[in-house]
Design a protein around this ligand. Structure first.
Ligand SMILES: C[S@@+](CC[C@H](N)C(=O)[O-])C[C@H]1O[C@@H](n2cnc3c(N)ncnc32)[C@H](O)[C@@H]1O
Length: 253
């Protein structure tokens, strides 16, 4: 994603926020404010699908089974962008409920179009800050998997506090995973990859998994770990940035 220089400031966004923010831990948001209008066809798809399979982030706990109309392993993707990976992985995981969380409305609209075009039944979309979703809408040990593909790297040192994947978020994600649940991360930013690895390995509820073992497909995992190459990733590859994949499992008691 291009850096357009605008950044969000959670302090001004959250009613009643203190200097430290009003959430469970002090933080600023990990996303930039990006404007973008929907095309007419996107708006029409949005109007058709949003009332049933889309929702804005709120403080109300999410009734996942009610929303999907079934009990199934639930996998959350944080920052789904235009939803290329979401749509492909949902097709490979018909037995799982997938929730895509994204702040960028045109990206969500593209995912809605793919859902409609390909009749994908097992995706729901949430618009807003994924950390709020994890904190307020999802219960402890409610998720089989969490995916974070190409989180914004915030390369400047003064912006590192905006990085999504740091200690408190790892803790939150780990608490939301079921024992044996999986966190799958991919990044094309070498320095952020090291930062992510260090923070993830420091979380006591998570244990690094062996990628080669996962490629064989563990019998008890309902998650696919095969990612399609997104437009974003394609650009990274074209300019020679290697992709780092990181994967952790929630410790079993
Ligand atoms: C670099 S893009 C990657 C998009 C997609 N995962 C891909 O691989 O093409 C990062 C995305 O994460 C979204 N994002 C960043 N922080 C977020 C947050 N806290 N909650 C929801 N979405 C977030 C941004 O809006 C952006 O679309």
């Amino acid at each position: 994603m291009r850096d357009n220089g605008r950044v969000n400031d959670a302090k001004s966004r959250v009613a009643g926020a203190t200097e430290q923010g009003s959430r469970l831990y002090p933080r600023v948001t990990s996303f930039r404010s990006r404007r973008g209008a929907l095309t007419d066809p996107q708006q029409q798809t949005w109007d058709r699908l949003w009332p049933t399979i889309g929702a804005d982030v709120s403080d109300a706990p999410l009734d996942i089974a009610g929303w999907f109309g079934r009990e199934a392993p639930t996998i959350v993707e944080i920052g789904s962008g235009t939803g290329t990976a979401t749509a492909a992985m949902a097709k490979a995981e018909p037995h799982a409920n997938l929730i895509a969380i994204e702040v960028y409305r045109p990206g969500l609209a593209q995912l809605l179009q793919a859902i409609e075009r390909d009749s994908i039944p097992n995706i729901r979309v949430l618009r807003g800050d994924a950390v709020d979703v994890l904190e307020n809408m999802l219960g402890p040990e409610s998720l089989t998997g969490v995916r974070v593909f190409f989180p914004d790297p915030w390369p400047k040192a003064r912006h590192h506090k905006r990085r999504l994947l740091q200690g408190p978020t790892f803790k939150l994600i780990a608490e939301r995973l079921i024992p044996g649940g999986v966190l799958h991360v991919a990044t094309d930013h070498a320095e952020y990859a090291e930062w992510i690895a260090e923070a993830g390995n420091a979380e006591p509820l998570l244990t690094p998994l062996d990628w080669d073992d996962l490629a064989q497909g563990p019998a008890d995992s309902p998650m696919t770990h095969e990612r399609p190459v997104t437009k974003f990733e394609n650009k990274a590859q074209q300019v020679g940035r290697p992709i780092t994949e990181l994967i952790w499992g929630k410790v079993r008691a």
